[in-house]
Ligand binder design. Structure first.
Ligand SMILES: CC(C)(COP(=O)(O)OP(=O)(O)OC[C@H]1O[C@@H](n2cnc3c(N)ncnc32)[C@H](O)[C@@H]1OP(=O)(O)O)[C@@H](O)C(=O)NCCC(=O)NCCS
Length: 332
């Protein structure tokens, strides 16, 4: 009997480049506080957000993804036609199907790349990086574009004070490909569906169709998610360092999901990050962009601190599911 030929890939992968696209409009706290009986001061103190980016009505997650991916590809030096895998992490494609990724692959010149979307909420980017790394090393693809993209403003209720004021719109993208040295560590990832009700959509599309509920929007039990993030996710971050075989003091950068500045600060404390580790604080002017938040924060960090290039960064995403994912990467 003939034996099957098994695909194999390179031993290691790395991130080649980052691209970003932010919503066109800066929306300050004062524009949102009326319907939620809040204040600029409360939002700044409790979340660290001063203003968030939101996209124009006609801009969608596909447009944001395309712009971010085009920049990442351009900077990578990889020809668009050599990209054979496009993964988009998103929870805000207004259509169940077709995927964002297939359209983006075509728009950036990567048609007929394998393309699919994943829904792992705010952990989506870390999940997608884990997949691209594994698929390339398995020989299933050579060059991947991984995108985190959200237009969350389509699924916010301006009168909801649990989460709406946190959210922004944008996309961040990276190109991942073969490497001579390790550039992406093993991923610590998982889920806890017993806490599915802690954050997510408040209604189903069929309830909306049947007139039983308004347009579905995001809700959360803020303090539940906050406590889980601070206690459980700090442990996951430490496990990711262990799995990568590095110490907190080896980190050039720490790029956690931009959920709340107080969570970022608490992580930094629990990880005992040294002064020299640069901490991503993109939430202050971008807001929480779910799957887009880590690559957007990475993009900003490299713009503001080009010297971080080649250094190690710990990234950790966590959110609705509940789900989480963390890994250490070499910054492009
Ligand atoms: C949402 C969040 C900012 C709320 O902050 P918090 O400090 O937990 O606030 P609480 O819900 O405990 O409420 C504290 C007080 O502020 C009030 N409050 C709640 N939301 C408010 C708002 N939007 N504006 C003004 N006041 C508000 C509450 O009524 C309460 O008042 P009281 O003390 O008089 O009872 C915070 O819980 C959070 O960031 N959670 C995690 C978010 C996250 O990581 N999500 C992940 C999925 S993306």
């Amino acid at each position: 009997m003939t034996t099957l030929k098994q695909a194999t890939g390179p031993a290691y992968t790395r991130i080649y480049s980052v691209g970003a696209a932010r919503g066109e409009n800066a929306v300050p706290n004062d524009d949102l506080i009326g319907p939620i009986d809040s204040s600029d001061e409360w939002i700044r103190q409790r979340t660290g957000i001063v203003t968030r980016v939101r996209a124009n009505a006609e801009t969608d997650a596909i447009d944001l993804s395309t712009a971010a991916a085009a920049e990442a590809i351009e900077r990578s030096g990889v020809a668009p036609s050599d990209i054979d895998l496009v993964i988009v992490a998103t929870i805000s494609n207004p259509k169940q199907t077709p995927s964002v990724s297939a359209i983006v692959a075509d728009r950036v010149g990567a048609n007929p790349a394998a393309a699919y979307d994943i829904n792992a909420a705010c952990a989506g980017y870390a999940y997608a990086v884990a997949q691209a790394d594994a698929l390339i090393r398995a020989g299933a693809a050579k060059y991947a574009v991984v995108i985190g993209a959200e237009k969350l403003s389509d699924i916010v209720d301006p009168t909801d004070r649990s989460i709406s004021f946190l959210l922004g719109d944008g996309a961040g993208a990276v190109v991942i490909g073969p490497s001579d040295t390790p550039g992406i560590s093993g991923t610590v990832w998982g889920s806890d569906g017993s806490k599915a009700d802690a954050v997510g959509m408040n209604h189903t599309l069929t309830e909306f169709r049947d007139g039983q509920a308004p347009w579905p929007t995001l809700r959360q039990e803020g303090p539940t998610v906050f406590r889980w993030a601070v206690w459980e996710m700090a442990k996951v971050a430490k496990q990711a360092l262990e799995q990568a075989g590095v110490e907190a003091s080896d980190l050039a950068a720490f790029i956690p999901h931009q959920a709340n500045m107080r969570i970022v600060d608490e992580f930094a404390k629990q990880l005992k990050l040294p002064e020299t580790t640069v901490i991503a604080r993109d939430i202050e002017t971008t807001g929480n962009t779910s799957a887009a938040s880590i690559p957007l924060a990475t993009h900003r960090l490299l713009e503001e601190h080009p010297e971080l290039s080649g250094g190690l960064a710990l990234q950790i995403g966590f959110g609705a599911g509940l789900v989480f994912g963390a890994q250490v990467v070499v910054l492009p």
